[in-house]
Design a protein around this ligand. Sequence first.
Ligand SMILES: [Zn+2]
Length: 325
Amino acid sequence: MVALQKFTNLIQLFDYFKDDQTCRNYLETIRWNGQIVCPYKDCGCEKVFKYSNGKVYKCSGCKKQFSVRVGTIFEDSKISLKKWFAAIYLITAHKKGISSLQLHRDLGVTQKTAWFMLHRVRHTFGLSTGAEKLQGTCEADETFIGGKEANKHKSKQTEGTQGRSVKTKSAVAGIVERGGELRAVKVADTSGYNLRKFVYQNLQFGSSIHTDEWWGYNGLAHNFKHKFVKHNEGEYCKDGVHTNTLEGFWSLLKRGVIGIYHSMSNKHLQNYIDEFVFRYNSRDYSDSFRFDSMLNNINTHLTYKQLINARDNRKMETQQGAFGF
Ligand SMILES: [Zn+2]
C-alpha cells in the first residue's frame, strides 16, 4: 500500500480534505479501490451502481442503498467525515495518544462525542496485528497495569495484591521480534500456562526467545532457543540476551495510561494496549501512511451498546472492574 495523499500536518490534511465529498471519494478508494462491494451482511454483491450525487450506492443484488460509511466505524454517526479524518490523524500522529478532553477541544465536539470517536477509532487498532508468527530473535516479557497499592490510602488497599497478584491489576503478556513487530495481550495471570500459550501462539518453532528468569517461561527450550537474564540478580543484558525492547514498550504504555487515560476502565484495557502496539509497529511509517493504514481498518461497525459492553473474544479476559488511579 502506498499513501494516497501525502500530508505532514493537520493544516495540509484540512487543505486536502476540504469538503465531505473529497473525504467520501478518498474513503471509497481506500475501501474498495475501484471495485465497490455491497457492505450488507450475507450479500457482498459486486454489481453496485453509484448515484450521480456521489453519495449513495445501490446494490443490484439485495436492492439496498448505502453510503460509503455503512459497515464502518463511521456508520450511524452524524459527525462529518472531515472531523473523523482529523480525529484519526490526531489520534495516530500523537506519539503518546490523546485524551477525549483534548480531542473535544481540538475538534469542537462535546467530550462525550470525543470519547465515543476515540473508542471507535481505538477499536480498529487491534485489527492490524499480523497473523504470521514472529521469528528470528524475539523477547517475551510480562507486566502489570493498574494502581500501585502502596500509593493508595490504607483503607483502599487490598490485601494480597502486591507482586504478581491480579486482584487490583491486570497482567499483560508481550512478545517482540527484534527490529520487527510487537504483540501484547491482557492475560488472566502470569501463570506458566498463559505465558507459554502466548509464546506458542506467536512464535515460530526454532526461533530464539529471550526472557527473564520467571518460572512461567520454563519449558520453552523444548521448541525454541530459550535464553534468559537474571533480573533478580541485577543482570539486564548478558551476551546480547535481554528484554530491553519490551521493557521500553512497557514504560511507554504505563506512562501513557497514567498520563492520559486517568480513569481507564479495565474492560477497555486491550483497546489501549492495541493503540500503543499499533503506534510501536508503525513507528517507521510517515503520518500519511499511518493514516491510510488506519482507514484501511475501518470496516468494522461498532454500536454504542457494543462499545459499552465491549468484550473482545479474541483476547484473553481477566477480572472485571476499574483501575484505582
Ligand atoms: Zn447487496
